[in-house]
Design a protein around this ligand. Structure first.
Ligand SMILES: Nc1ncnc2c1ncn2[C@@H]1O[C@H](COP(=O)(O)OP(=O)(O)OP(=O)(O)O)[C@@H](O)[C@H]1O
Ligand SMILES: [Mg+2]
Length: 182
């Protein structure tokens, strides 16, 4: 990905330290403010981040600021801690769901196969999905690589997108007032 790091650092008043990982559309970086800068070409992710700025969803990482830079979208967001135990706990929860033939939302929190960490994780993920539902939003990309634990011990999802039912919905939400870095 081509961009001028200094321009982004100046705009957000921070230093970009190291890459945390990258996928098809984006790159996530740790910053000197112990937060995350996501640089992406995914418009859907960006539109959703802009909505979260105004209307938070429980158990999703907090969005601090968004901006566009050339043909890229930049999302300054809360950092959560990710590790292998979190990944394997999420996989176990999914397996319990498969075993019970139900989706994440309907796994019972007192299921005896859940460890205490998995129970807390499941509760937090269910809260995120329910809160989104109550706001008429269904997001995609709920999986083991998009979850971490916040400083105060709450599991939070990141890298979420919203499902749109038609193009009009997207166009309506495109009327964003966004800071342009350049
Ligand atoms: N808010 C965050 N807190 C902690 N780590 C993060 C955060 N955002 C991203 N990361 C780390 O960076 C990796 C890649 O970021 P992210 O999940 O946003 O993009 P991706 O799935 O790799 O790419 P794409 O946006 O193309 O789907 C994550 O798997 C995670 O390890
Ligand atoms: Mg991801």
């Amino acid at each position: 990905m081509n961009y001028n790091k200094e321009v982004i650092e100046k705009h957000f008043n921070l230093k970009i330290e190291k890459s945390l990982g990258y996928g098809e559309n984006g790159n996530a970086f740790l910053t000197s403010k112990d937060s995350v800068i996501k640089i992406t070409t995914d418009l859907n992710e960006f539109i959703f981040a802009s909505q979260l700025l105004k209307n938070k969803i429980k158990n999703l990482v907090e969005i601090f600021e968004i901006a566009t830079y050339q043909d890229k979208y930049i999302i300054h967001q809360e950092k959560v801690h990710c590790n292998d135990d979190i990944i394997s706990d999420f996989i176990c929860i999914k397996e319990i769901g498969m075993y019970e033939r139900t989706d994440l939302c309907n796994i019972c929190l007192d299921n005896e196969m859940l460890t205490s960490h998995q129970r807390s994780m499941l509760k937090d993920v269910q809260d995120a999905i329910c809160d989104a539902k109550s706001k008429n939003t269904r997001f995609v990309d709920v999986h083991e690589f998009n979850i971490g634990i916040s400083k105060n011990g709450i599991y939070k999802l990141f890298d979420q997108k919203k499902i749109y039912h038609n193009k009009e919905e997207i166009y309506k939400e495109l009327e964003l007032k966004v800071n342009r870095i350049i």
